[in-house]
Every structure is written in structure tokens, then in C-alpha cells.
Write a protein that binds this ligand. Structure first.
Ligand SMILES: Cc1ncc(COP(=O)(O)O)c(C=O)c1O
Length: 609
């Protein structure tokens, strides 16, 4: 994997220069420099960096490709987009989305009451709000209140019951009636691990029969003029464009049919989200088979073609792409705390005055191994190891001899891997995998990469530095949760190789990229690890600035958030210590102060790394 697959997943957002990953934007700061600046303020543990310029880039790209497709295809409808709040509701993300999107009238999509309140409070004037998901009367009334407050809001119904409630609220109140959308249940199914949002057995949407019923209900309630949109969403992270094309044909024809049946106010088709992000680091496994160019042209061309054939005016197009907009903006930085095979460090060798002859042989091989002889010496070493283990079992060598042999062979394999890193053989690859290094990161996979834990969704990972050195250690990544699922194991299909570092003398940081979509609110507090410290990094021609620092919850706050009273906890701990007979009176105050400090820090580890 050359350069950790940067040319596959990074969309030119990052570059490698002088051995470090840098932002490929304006002054091109190094992520390591930013990391170190923050750590100088005694910050430890994982950190999440937000780069708002990457949100801006994605919004501008989305609009410019759709505008281009509209132009080329002489399409007569407009392009509109809303950001689905479920993808990332964090304030510093929404601030970036709404401020960068203001010039396009970029709006927000809500899927719950809380998200609707957020949308009502954050959507810029004049931008659209769409509402999806199951709704009760209260949520529908909130939609009416939003319309009354001046928002351009469309409530999409997921079933006839919701339409009944809308009609009820319209009759009972004098509030302004919001636009109504219908989510259609398509027989087209998406592709990828989130494909089940589409298809006839999908959780959401109206069947053909229900749509016809909905038109009648609206006509009877004299609300036909409020039905403005049809909506579909065939699943997030669509890997293949073909199902989208089928869905567009189906939805386009439904739109034209409904219009011809009397839904005269219909004027838009909302194609949901699904635009995929490249997460793969290996060419063999790219995540999607289309570009934003093909995506936007297909949508515009197909809808135009269907409407022309049915003699229906071109609808306005809405998208709700979320992952595409924010995935790239966030990078998780994790310090590496430990490498577990450091147990095989050569400084642990303890030779005797007289070593067994085979061990002497290993010492010779270790000292003399070179590019020319390494395969032969490697085979000899493996052979000697077998014999030494047999000698140990028979009682001819002792534990110290065995330990020396293991360390030597481990280091001979390591040396031969370095010496042969320009070429590789099946045997070497197997050895590499068996010699895996475990990198312990100061982070929680459950909190920061929940889709890896739940769905094995791969996220690009690479060291922030040392990139001018060869990385040949087959790597598994362990997190600090007390759970064996908190591991990203070495996968020979998608191998990750990291550097051999001596953590006693140097720091080593890994960056997990494209973590800006879904991970933050899906992240769970397993073992009570909470959202890491976050920072917004604004970059200009002269350098960068760090703002909007939000600290990870401290231990007392975490406990309070699940229902404990922090004052009671604090009091109990202090009382126990004050009354303890195990501590000298004069040390009590210092220990109490230490305890207070710990309780006001977050739960991540605070070792020097
Ligand atoms: C209705 C709807 N719109 C938009 C989205 C956002 O999808 P994505 O993040 O893949 O663009 C989703 C997510 O599943 C959704 O359910």
C-alpha cells in the first residue's frame, strides 16, 4: 500500500511532505505540528480535529456539479440541498455547514423532534427544512409551527397515518400548513451495507396503492396544493450507481403519474442521500464505482428524460447527502501508548559466558545477516529455533537460553523483512503476518469508530509522521477499552503496516481519517470513555488557528450524565480518605488534592504518550 492509500481515499485533501501528513490547503500545515501545539497545553488522549474548509469544499463541489449538469442538460428545474442532521449534529459542524452553505441556501434535514428543533433554530432564513422519519402529532405540530415561523419546511409522510394527522392538525389549528412530501416505497434496492433503506420491504414509504389513497385524502381535505415533493432514499454509502438509476426511473415515473392524477402542486423530487465516500486504502477494494460527476449527470439527465417523455415540467431536485459533505472534515488523532512485541527488544538479551552451540549460531546469524544472505539466514534461524525448542522440551537448555533464542529469531525475521522490503514472497508475507505488532492506541473504537465495531466499516489510518521511513510491521490496533472487540485486527486482504518505533524515546501518532459522518453521535460511552477533545482548525495563507476547543467530559461529569450525583460521589471518596487509617495525617491533604485532580480529568490515559 503506497503512502497508506492517500491517492485512493484522500481526495487531494492531504499530502505527504518531509515525512509528515499535511493539509493540502493554503499554508499546508502538518497535522503533527497542530497535534504537538495542543499537547503542549498538557492535553493527553485522543483528539478530534475539524477542518471546516473541507466542508466548504464538499458543499461547493456538490452544487457546482449539479449546476453544471443542469446547464449541460438544459434542465429546467433547480437544484436544492439539505444537510441531514443525523449525520453529525455537533454544534461546530452545523456552524460550518450553515455558514459555508448560506450562499447556496443550503438547508437542514431533521429525522426526530430534537433534530427538528435544531433545524428550526439553525437553518438560515430562506433555506429549506425537510422532515423525515416517524412522526407523532406533536412532531407534526412542530412542523406547522416552523412553517408559521417563516421556514420553508416540507414534512415527508412515511405512512397514511401521518397524513391523517397532518389533516387533523390543519383542521384544528390556524397555523400555516407546511409543504407535504410523500416518501415512496420503491422496488429498486440500493447497494452496499446500508442498502436496506430501499426496496418493497423497507421500513419507510408508501406503496402505489397508498399513494393513490393519499391523493384522495388530500383532495378531500382540500390540501392538494400542499403536496409538493416526492422523496426516496435507497441507502447510505451506495457502492454502485446502477440501483440509483433504476430508482430514479421508478421515482420519476411515479412523480409524473401523480402529477397527471391531479397532484398539480408537485414540484420537486428529493433523492435522499447515499452519495458514497471513499474509505478504502487499498486499490483492490474501492468503495464506489462512480464519481460526483457521473452521479449528478445521471440524476439530472434521467429526470429530464422521463419528464420530457411524459410531457411534465422538470421538477426541482433535492438531495440530502450527508456523509459526502462531512465525512472528510474530521480526523481522529490517537497517540500510540505501547507496542507489545517490544518484549523482544534486543536489550533484553542476557547471554551467558557459555551459550549452547545453536544459540551461538543464532548470534552469528543475527550479526552477519545482510541483503545478500538474508533468506538463507532466515531459513537457518527458523530451523535452529525448532531445534532449540525441542532441546528445551527435553531439558537440555534453560528458560534464559530459550528467551535469548526467541528474541534473536524475532529480530532476525524483522531484519530480513527490512532487507527484503523492496520485494516480497508468500513465505515472507506469512512471516510478516505472524510477527504482527500490536499498537495500543489511547482511544476507544466504540466511542470514535463505532461503524468499525458494528459493521467492520474500514476507516483510512496512517501515522502522522515517519513517512520517509519504511513501515513494515504488520499492525493490529488495540484500543484501551476493557473489551476484546476494541481491536482492529491485521487483515491480510487489507494489510496495514506501521513503523517500528521505540516509544521510550519517541512519540508515535496515528490519524484515522474520514470520521466526520455518523461516528460522533453513534459513538458509545463503553467503559465510560466519552467524545474526545475536539478542535476546529482554520487554515489560511499564513498558517492556522485553533478554535472552538471542546474538552472531553471529565470523570465526574461522565458519571453524572448516567444518573449519579457527583457531589455524593465526591463526598464519599473524600470521607473514606479522611477517615482512613492507612494514610499518614500529613499526607491526607496532598492525596485529597490528587484525587480531586483525577476526578476532574477525562477518562483517557495520561501517560507521556
Ligand atoms: C432519509 C435520509 N436522507 C439522507 C440520509 C443521508 O444519507 P448519506 O449520509 O448517505 O448521504 C439518510 C441516511 O441514511 C436518510 O435516511
Amino acid at each position: 500500500m503506497k503512502n497508506f492509500g492517500l491517492d485512493i481515499w484522500s481526495n487531494n485533501n492531504f499530502i505527504i511532505q518531509n515525512g509528515e501528513v499535511k493539509l493540502n490547503y493554503k499554508s499546508q500545515p502538518s497535522i503533527l505540528t497542530i497535534t504537538q501545539e495542543i499537547r503542549e497545553k498538557d492535553v493527553r488522549g485522543p483528539m478530534l480535529f475539524r477542518f471546516p474548509h473541507l466542508i466548504k469544499k464538499q458543499i461547493e463541489t456538490l452544487y457546482s456539479y449539479f449546476d453544471k449538469a443542469i446547464d449541460i442538460n438544459k434542465y429546467e428545474g433547480s437544484f436544492n440541498a439539505v444537510f441531514p442532521l443525523k449525520v453529525n449534529q455537533f454544534p461546530n459542524v452545523i456552524e460550518a455547514v450553515t455558514s459555508q452553505g448560506a450562499k447556496f441556501n443550503y438547508g437542514l434535514e431533521a429525522g426526530s423532534k430534537a433534530e427538528l428543533i435544531l433545524a428550526m433554530s439553525q437553518t438560515p432564513n430562506g433555506a429549506n427544512i425537510t422532515v423525515n422519519g416517524f412522526k407523532d402529532k406533536e412532531m407534526i405540530t412542530l412542523g406547522f409551527i416552523a412553517a408559521q415561523s417563516g421556514h420553508k419546511i416540507t414534512i415527508t409522510i412515511e405512512g397514511l397515518g401521518e397524513l391523517k394527522t397532518i389533516i387533523e392538525v390543519a383542521k384544528e389549528s390556524n397555523l400555516k400548513i407546511p409543504n407535504i412530501g410523500i416518501r415512496v416505497r420503491l422496488h429498486s434496492v440500493g447497494s452496499g451495507i446500508w442498502a436496506k433503506s430501499g426496496g418493497m420491504d423497507a421500513k419507510f414509504g408508501l406503496t402505489s396503492t397508498e399513494m393513490i389513497e393519499a391523493i384522495t385524502m388530500l383532495q378531500n381535505a382540500e390540501l392538494t396544493q400542499s403536496l409538493t415533493m416526492i422523496h426516496f432514499h435507497i441507502g447510505s454509502q451506495m457502492s454502485d450507481i446502477a440501483p440509483l438509476k433504476r430508482a430514479l426511473r421508478e421515482a420519476g415515473n411515479i412523480y409524473a403519474e401523480l402529477k397527471n392524477m391531479g397532484a398539480t402542486a408537485l414540484r420537486s423530487i428529493n433523492i435522499g442521500g447515499g452519495l458514497a465516500v471513499e474509505y478504502d486504502q487499498h486499490v483492490r477494494a474501492t468503495s464506489r464505482n462512480y464519481s460526483i460527476d457521473e452521479f449528478s449527470s445521471s440524476v439530472v439527465f434521467l429526470l429530464g428524460e422521463i419528464m420530457n417523455a411524459k410531457n411534465v415540467a422538470h421538477p426541482d431536485i433535492f438531495t440530502e447527502s450527508g456523509r459526502y459533505i462531512v465525512a472528510s472534515h474530521a480526523v481522529l488523532i490517537t497517540p500510540v501508548l505501547e507496542l507489545f512485541t517490544q518484549d523482544y527488544h534486543e536489550k533484553l538479551l542476557k547471554f551467558k559466558e557459555q551459550n549452547p552451540p545453536l544459540l551461538e549460531e543464532l548470534i552469528y546469524l543475527y550479526k552477519q545477516i545482510s541483503e545478500k544472505n538474508c533468506i538463507e539466514y532466515l531459513h537457518d534461524a527458523l530451523d535452529h529455533m525448532e531445534s532449540l525448542l525441542t532441546l528445551f522440551d527435553l531439558g537440555y537448555i534453560d528458560l534464559q537460553d530459550r528467551s535469548n533464542a526467541e528474541i534473536l529469531v524475532h529480530n532476525i525475521i524483522k531484519k530480513s523483512l527490512y532487507l527484503t522490503s523492496a520485494y516480497t514472497t508468500d513465505e515472507l508475507q506469512e512471516l510478516q503476518a505472524s510477527l504482527q505488532e500490536r499498537y495500543l492506541i489511547n482511544a476507544s473504537i466504540f466511542q470514535s469508530l463505532p461503524d468499525y465495531w458494528g459493521l467492520k466499516q474500514h476507516f483510512p489510518v496512517m501515522p502522522l509522521h515517519n513517512l520517509d521511513k519504511k513501515a513494515i510491521r504488520a499492525a493490529s490496533i488495540w484500543d484501551i477499552t476493557c473489551d476484546s472487540d476494541g481491536e482492529i485486527g491485521f487483515d491480510s486482504e487489507k494489510p496495514l503496516f506501521l513503523h517500528d518505533v521505540d516509544l521510550e524515546n519517541e512519540e508515535y501518532f496515528l490519524g484515522f481519517f474520514n470520521v466526520g459522518a455518523y461516528q460522533e453521535t453513534l459513538g458509545m460511552n463503553h467503559n465510560l470513555f466519552t467524545h474526545p477533545n475536539e478542535y476546529t482548525i482554520n487554515i489560511d495563507e499564513k498558517g492556522y488557528s485553533i478554535s472552538n476547543a471542546v474538552e472531553s467530559k471529565n470523570i465526574l461529569d461522565i458519571l453524572e450524565s448516567i444518573g449519579y450525583e457527583k457531589e455524593i460521589i465526591l463526598k464519599k471518596l473524600k470521607n473514606d480518605l479522611s477517615n482512613s487509617h492507612f494514610i499518614a495525617e500529613k499526607e491526607k491533604n496532598a492525596t485529597l488534592a490528587k484525587l480531586e485532580t483525577f476526578l476532574h480529568q477525562n477518562g483517557y490515559l495520561r501517560t507521556t504518550n
